[in-house]
Design a protein around this ligand. Structure first.
Ligand code: F6R
Length: 248
């Protein structure tokens, strides 16, 4: 696991965007694994800028989002499909049919998970998987637990996660209690994984993840078993890591 420490959020965002652009230049039909939340917004802004300058073509790119809340309709501003359209898809030339996000409004969520797994098998492996990290160590919505699930599944959101995400809703009671998420195995199948972390609130979990062993109670720590993972952390997020844990 490589850790690249950069000055701030803007540098993190630019570096991550550059890696995606390089990937698309090498393979125009790259499969990207994407995340929502505050962390990747800057990276998406940079991708939009590259596109506007004519430096990248998304017309053959395929994207898979990590997760979606169950029970929010697609027009709900807090749904992840809405987030992705607003922050990336509606500004670039990606084709609608190349965008995959679990459908949180599906009548039968289990069937939806099966459908998503089949799509991942058909189009995968993901070339670059972008991840954020929850303050409790979750990746996607793979929450700390005695065991982790390999494939796309329905999950209960922990109170920690609901509290952390309540900032986007009127109040915590509006935060969904369930989501569909890609599993740890789906994430680990990606050729390359880039985990982004910014801000002091992420410093304790980044330290924990980097400096302690692998545990299902810190789902992100499982990434240590992957051959090609890079953490891009800004100085605040990396501020508690022992200096010799950093390669960069
Ligand atoms: C979102 C996702 C989550 C977030 C994590 C961090 O698609 O999968 O794991 O990456 O909760 O969220 P932010 O970036 O808002 O701190």
């Amino acid at each position: 696991m490589k850790i690249k420490v950069v000055k701030d959020y803007d540098e993190m965002s630019l570096l991550a965007a550059k890696q995606i652009i390089e990937q698309i230049k090498i393979k125009n039909n790259s499969v990207l694994g994407l995340a929502t939340g505050s962390t990747p917004i800057g990276m998406y802004k940079n991708l939009i800028e590259y596109f506007k300058r004519g430096e990248v073509d998304f017309s053959k790119v395929i994207t898979f989002n990590l997760d979606e809340y169950i029970g929010l309709d697609k027009g709900n501003e807090q749904s992840y499909i809405y987030f992705m359209k607003k922050n990336l898809f509606s500004h670039i030339n990606i084709k609608e049919e190349n965008i995959f996000i679990p459908d949180g409004t599906a009548k039968d969520a289990e069937i939806e998970c099966k459908r998503y797994n089949e799509l991942l098998e058909k189009y995968g492996p993901i070339d670059i998987q972008i991840l954020g990290i929850g303050v409790n160590g979750h990746i996607g919505f793979n929450e700390p637990s005695k065991s982790l699930t390999l494939r796309t599944h329905v999950t209960d959101l922990t109170e920690d996660t609901r509290k952390a995400n309540a900032r986007f809703f009127d109040d915590i009671s509006k935060v969904p209690t369930k989501a569909i998420t890609m599993g740890i195995g789906d994430i680990m199948k990606a050729e390359k994984i880039i985990l982004l972390a910014s801000g002091k609130s992420k410093a304790p979990i980044i330290k924990h993840m980097v400096e302690t062993g692998i545990s299902t109670f810190i789902p992100a720590s499982v990434l240590k078993l992957h051959k090609n993972v890079e953490i891009i952390a800004d100085e605040d997020a990396a501020s508690l890591i022992e200096k010799d844990s950093c390669i960069a």
